[in-house]
Design a protein around this ligand. Structure first.
Ligand code: AGP
Length: 616
C-alpha cells in the first residue's frame, strides 16, 4: 500500500504533488519523494527522503523547483528497507525516466539478474527500480508508452505505476494491474493518483483505470489503451466523497476498512508464501533454516493482540510438533530471566516492530544466544532489523489503533510457519503426517473466501450490537485454539467501547466466572464444530442457559445444536480447528466495532491508547 500522485498542466507541479502526497500519507509513510521535469523539461529533478512527508517538505525548501509536470510517492516498504535510496521515485539507468510504483513485482529478482547481465547497474534494493530499468531498456530512441507496454509484458505480480521521461516533457504514462489508479480531469491540466483523495482539491471528475490498462496523460488529453493496444472509450464519473471518507475507501472508519481488507491481506500472504503446494519464506536464509532444525523449544513473545496471536501459535505448534512451546507477554519475558539458549527459538510477534517491551525481550533473548525470529508488519522496523530472521506480514498500514487485519495476518503467517517448521524439523508429530500437512495447506487456500463469507455476518452483528450496546460487562469464553480469541474479542471490545470485557477459558467457568452469570450478563461463546472440545463447550453453554445468561455464540454454519441454545448466533464456514481463530475473529471484531459506534466512541483513536507502545 503506497501512495502515487502525478500532475501535468499549467500549475507549478511541486505544490500539487506535495498536497496530494499529504492526503495519501495514510497509505504509507516510511519515505517519500517527487520527480519533476525542471526548467521547462530540460532535466529530471528528483528529491526524496526517508521518514515522514515533513522531511521531504523541509528538503524541498532548499531547492527552487518550478516544473509543469511531476510524479510523487509516499512509501510503505515491501522490498528494501525504508531509506532514501529505496525511496521512490526511481530513475532508470539512463537517468531519463522516473518511476513511482505501488505493489509487488514477484519476478523482480530474475529480471534484475537479466538486466545486470546486460550491464545495467542498480542503486537500490527495490523491485520498482527493476521496472524502471526495464522500461529504460526498451525506451531506446523514445516512445514512453511503447516502452511501458513492452516492459509490462515481462512483469509478474500485482502493481500500478506511473512514469515520466525527460524527452517527452508533458507526458505521464500510467499502468494498472490489481492495485488502484485513478485519473483526475482538469482544464488544461490532468492528474493521476492511487485514490481520489489526492485529486479532490483540484477536480471531482475522474476516470478509474481498469486492470491491464495504460493511460497516456498530457495537459490537453487523456488516452486510455487496453492490453492489446486498442484505444478505450471511458466516460468520467463525478466523485461525491469528502477527503476523510475517501481516505477510508468510503468506510466510516479505518477500523471497518481494515476489517474488510482481511480477505485480500490473507490472500496476498498465501500468494507470497505458497507456490506449487510448498511453503517458502524468501527472508529466511540457509543458516537460519539449519538452526531451525535443531531447536528444542519455541517461545512466542509479544503484547496485546500480538500476544493472542502467539497463544494461537502455541496450539498450532502443539498440534504439529513434539516440541514444547509457550507464549509469554513481552513485559514478563524480559524480566523473568528466561531460561533460553542457542537451541531455543524466540518468535517476536509485533505489528509495529517498535513495541518497547517486545524489543527489550528480543534483546534479552539474543543476549542469551536464542535464535530470534520476528513476525512483523512494518518493514525495516527495529525488531525486524535486530532479529536473526524476519517474516513480514505485509498487511499494509494499519491505521486503526485496534488491531484487526494485522492480527489475521499474524495468525496466517504463524500457521504457515508452523507447517513449514513441521516439514523440516525432526520432531514433527507422527500423527501429523505429510499428507495431513498437504491437506491443511489446501484448506488455508480457502481462507480468503471464507473470511469474505464471514464478513456477510455484519448485518446479524449489527442487530445483536443494537440489543447489547448499553451493557457494561461482557464475558467471552473459548476453548483450545479459540481460548486466545476469547481474550482477543474481549480486548477489542474493551479498548474501543470502554466497557468491561473478560476473556476466559470456558473450562474455568466453574472456578469463579459462572458467579457473574444472570439474565443481564451477555456471554460470547466461541464454539466451532471442528473443536476437539466442542461437546465440552456445548455443556458450558447449557450451564449459562440454565442461569439465564444472554448467549451470543460463534458457531459453524448449519450447527443447529448451538443455535437452539443461543440468543444470537454468528456463523462461520467450517475449517480445521487450527484455522478456526482466523474466521471466528471476524465477527468478534465487527461486534466490538458496532458496539463502539453505537456508543459514539472514537473508534480509530480510542482514549488513552497509541498505535505503537514505544515506551515501557
Ligand atoms: C490491539 O488492538 C492493541 N492495539 C494493542 O494491544 C497491540 O496489539 C499491542 O500494543 C502490540 O502492538 P505491536 O503488535 O505493534 O507490538
Amino acid at each position: 500500500m503506497c501512495g502515487i500522485v502525478g500532475y501535468t498542466g499549467h500549475r507549478n507541479a511541486v505544490p500539487v504533488l506535495m498536497e496530494g502526497l499529504g492526503r495519501l500519507e495514510y497509505r504509507g509513510y516510511d519515505s517519500a519523494g517527487i520527480a519533476c521535469l525542471n526548467h521547462g523539461g530540460k532535466h529530471l529533478f528528483v528529491v526524496k527522503e526517508k521518514g515522514k512527508l515533513s522531511r521531504l517538505r523541509e528538503e524541498l525548501k532548499r531547492h527552487a523547483v518550478s516544473a509543469k509536470i511531476g510524479i510523487g510517492h509516499t512509501r510503505w516498504a515491501t522490498h528494501g528497507e525504508p531509506s532514501r535510496f529505496n525511496a521512490h521515485p526511481h530513475l532508470d539507468f539512463t537517468h531519463r525516466i522516473a518511476i513511482v510504483h505501488n505493489g509487488i513485482i514477484e519476478n523482480y529478482a530474475s529480471l534484475k539478474e537479466k538486466l545486470i547481465r546486460k550491464g545495467i547497474r542498480f542503486a537500490s534494493q527495490t523491485d520498482t527500480e527493476v521496472a524502471g530499468n526495464l522500461i529504460g531498456h526498451f525506451y531506446g530512441k523514445g516512445n514512453l508508452l511503447e516502452a511501458v507496454r513492452k516492459a509490462v509484458k515481462e512483469l509478474r505480480g500485482y502493481f500500478a505505476f506511473v512514469v515520466i521521461a525527460q524527452d517527452e516533457p508533458d507526458k505521464i504514462v500510467a499502468f494498472k494491474r490489481s492495485n488502484p489508479l485513478v485519473i483526475g480531469l482538469g482544464k488544461g491540466e490532468n492528474f493521476v493518483a492511487s485514490d481520489v483523495t489526492a485529486l479532490l482539491p483540484y477536480t471531482r471528475r475522474v476516470i478509474y483505470l481498469e486492470d491491464e490498462e495504460y493511460a497516456e496523460i498530457t495537459p490537453a488529453q487523456v488516452r486510455i489503451f487496453s492490453s492489446s493496444g486498442k484505444l478505450v472509450k471511458r466516460t468520467s464519473v463525478t466523485v461525491r466523497w469528502d477527503v476523510s471518507k475517501a481516505q477510508k475507501g468510503g468506510y466510516p472508519h479505518f477500523m471497518l476498512k481494515e476489517i474488510n481488507e482481511q480477505p485480500a491481506v490473507v490472500k496476498s500472504i498465501l500468494a507470497s508464501h505458497v507456490k506449487n503446494k510448498r511453503i517458502h519464506f524468501d527472508t529466511l536464509d540457509r543458516k537460519l533454516t539449519k538452526r531451525l532444525k535443531q531447536i528444542r523449544k519455541v517461545h512466542f513473545v509479544s503484547c496485546g493482540t500480538a500476544y493472542h496471536a502467539g497463544l494461537v501459535g502455541n496450539y498450532m505448534m502443539g498440534e504439529c510438533l513434539d516440541l514444547p512451546a509457550e507464549a509469554t507477554v513481552s513485559s514478563e519475558f524480559r524480566y523473568e530471566d528466561p531460561s533460553v539458549d542457542k537451541r531455543d527459538l524466540v518468535v517476536l510477534v509485533t505489528q509495529s516492530g517498535e513495541t518497547a517491551d517486545t524489543l527489550a525481550a528480543l534483546r534479552e533473548a539474543k543476549a542469551k544466544g536464542a535464535l530470534t525470529l520476528a513476525i512483523v508488519n512494518v518493514v525495516g522496523s527495529t525488531v525486524a532489523r535486530e532479529a536473526d530472521g524476519v517474516i513480514y506480514t505485509h498487511a499494509g498500514p494499519e491505521i486503526g489503533v485496534a488491531s484487526t487485519k494485522a492480527y489475521l495476518a499474524q495468525l496466517t503467517v504463524i500457521a504457515l510457519f508452523t507447517l513449514y517448521l513441521a516439514g523440516i524439523h525432526p520432531c514433527r508429530k507422527k500423527q501429523f503426517s505429510l499428507l495431513k500437512m498437504k491437506s491443511r495447506l489446501q484448506e488455508m487456500l480457502r481462507l480468503p473466501s471464507q473470511i469474505k463469507e464471514t464478513l456477510h455476518q455484519e448485518a446479524a452483528v449489527v442487530r445483536c450490537a443494537k440489543t447489547l450496546y448499553g451493557k457494561k460487562n461482557f464475558l467471552y469464553l473459548g476453548r483450545g485454539y479459540n481460548f486466545p480469541n476469547a481474550l482477543e474479542g474481549a480486548l477489542k471490545l474493551k479498548e474501543i467501547t470502554y466497557a468491561h470485557a473478560h476473556g476466559y477459558p470456558a473450562g474455568e467457568m466453574k472456578h469463579g466466572p459462572i458467579a457473574l452469570v444472570d439474565n443481564r450478563q451477555p456471554v460470547i461463546c466461541i464454539c466451532p464444530e471442528s473443536s476437539k472440545t466442542y461437546e465440552k463447550m456445548l455443556s458450558n453453554i447449557e450451564e449459562i442457559k440454565a442461569r439465564r445468561g444472554i448467549i451470543i455464540t460463534l458457531a459453524t454454519q448449519g450447527d443447529k445444536q448451538v443455535a437452539k441454545l443461543s440468543n444470537q448466533v454468528f456463523s462461520v464456514p467450517n475449517t480445521s480447528e487450527m484455522f478456526s481463530p482466523i474466521l471466528t475473529a471476524v465477527p468478534l471484531q465487527l461486534f466490538a466495532y458496532h458496539v463502539a459506534v453505537l456508543n459514539n466512541r472514537d473508534v480509530d483513536q480510542p482514549r488513552n491508547l497509541a498505535k505503537s507502545v514505544t515506551v515501557e
